[in-house]
Design a protein around this ligand. Structure first.
Ligand SMILES: C[S@@+](CC[C@H](N)C(=O)[O-])C[C@H]1O[C@@H](n2cnc3c(N)ncnc32)[C@H](O)[C@@H]1O
Length: 388
């Protein structure tokens, strides 16, 4: 690739064009909601983080599971094969991946299917829905090396009435969130203004009545004095996912908790985190446009929204357990057994496995499987019996 995308703004500590347009907007409209600030900082079509940087991977700002090792995609593919079988092996079987990053998960799923499940490979249409034009180009580069029988296409939105599986990894935790604070018995929202060349936060009445409805539906509030995030886009996404899927599964990997844990009174500062070159921070006003921002998601509201639209929970677990149930340990032993001389590969795999199941890191990602119009059956990655 010509020039590293990270180089473009490296001489300053923030993306100056993005900061300028945020300031102008605040001058014109007054303080904007944190949600609007985050949406612009991450997704502005020219200057947003996701359009002007290389976000994920070792050269980027944070590591996702597909970036760690191809074993992740292989095990997800194994789960997809069982989903396809439970559905009666439909042709085509659409795997719709939304928010595909650099395309590595797609590549590894398709490679596994080609070598380990050729019938699935013939049935599978891999369809990617990606918001960032820059990442879409990366995905096209990544997937260009796949043999012709791999069927891949890009769509601008979720296809209507598809049969198969809607797959995402760390999509929902990248949606812009509203930030709220429970102050003196009221739920206030955080807004962003600027003064003397610096962005500053103010609190005010909620920008939408959906925030009060959201907590009323949950039957809880964050603790007094706590800041918390509300991801309304997650619920809209779940509604559109349930509407678009005619029959099959939704398989979601994301950082988050059930609502009681996410909004526990001891969680004083919420879960918003920023990442720049693998360093986390809690300051969304540093390195604007050059750092990622993410907030943990509320699986309770997500599950309830799906249930109200015909999606039943088929499994809910941690990534560590999911991968263990699908045999991540055996994958490492196989390298040792099949190529006893390949010590380097053995150690690389071992390191990757430990990262993918690390209960303080990627292993604590939650995995949610939902099904629609498919008979209930135990999914391999969510099996209850026996030890992982
Ligand atoms: C945190 S990254 C994860 C990327 C990839 N799944 C991975 O695990 O490496 C979030 C991805 O979702 C994409 N994205 C965010 N909002 C989206 C939307 N509404 N529709 C499609 N893609 C979206 C981003 O551009 C990016 O590719």
């Amino acid at each position: 690739m010509a020039g590293h995308p990270q180089d473009e703004f490296e001489s300053t500590t923030e993306n100056a064009a993005l900061v300028e347009l945020l300031r102008r907007r605040i001058d014109a409209e007054g303080a904007i909601s944190f949600h609007d600030f985050m949406e612009t900082a991450l997704y502005h079509p020219q200057h947003g983080y996701y359009t002007s940087r290389q976000p994920m991977g070792r050269e980027g700002d944070y590591l996702t599971s597909p970036e760690v090792h191809s074993i992740f995609g292989a095990l997800v593919a194994k789960q997809l094969r069982q989903c396809w079988e439970l559905m009666g092996q439909p042709l085509p079987f659409d795997v719709v991946e939304q928010g595909a990053g650099t395309g590595l998960l797609a590549r590894d799923i398709l490679r596994w299917a080609q070598t380990r499940a050729p019938e699935l490979c013939q049935a599978m249409r891999y369809r990617i829905v990606e918001l960032s034009p820059a990442l879409r180009r990366r995905q096209e580069e990544t997937l260009a090396s796949l043999p012709a029988e791999a069927q891949v296409e890009w769509l601008d939105e979720l296809p209507e009435g598809f049969e198969g599986c809607l797959l995402s990894n760390e999509l929902i935790d990248s949606f812009p969130v509203h930030r709220i604070v429970h102050q003196d018995g009221q739920l206030l929202e955080l807004y962003v203004s600027h003064q003397n060349g610096r962005f500053e936060e103010l609190s005010g009445p909620a920008s939408t009545t959906r925030i009060a409805e959201y907590f009323a539906d949950l039957g809880l509030w964050p603790g007094e004095g706590c800041v918390a995030e509300v991801n309304l886009q997650a619920l809209d996404w779940m509604k559109s996912a349930a509407g678009a899927l005619r029959r099959g599964f939704v398989l979601t990997f994301d950082y988050g908790y059930p609502a009681k844990e996410l909004y526990a009174p001891w969680r004083r500062e919420g879960t918003l985190l920023c990442f720049y070159r693998h360093n986390p921070s809690q300051d969304p006003y540093a390195r604007i446009g050059k750092q990622d921002m993410t907030a943990h998601i509320d699986f309770t509201s997500l599950i309830r929204t799906g249930e109200a639209r015909g999606l039943s929970v088929a499994g809910f677990t941690t990534q560590a357990r999911f991968l263990a149930k699908l045999g991540i340990g055996a994958g490492v032993e196989a390298v040792a057994r099949e190529s006893p001389g390949a010590l380097e590969e053995y150690y690389a795999r071992r390191r990757a496995v430990l990262m993918l199941i690390d209960s303080a890191g990627l292993g604590r990602i939650r995995v949610l499987a939902q099904r629609k119009d498919v008979p209930q059956a135990e999914l391999l990655g969510f099996a209850e019996d026996g030890d992982a």
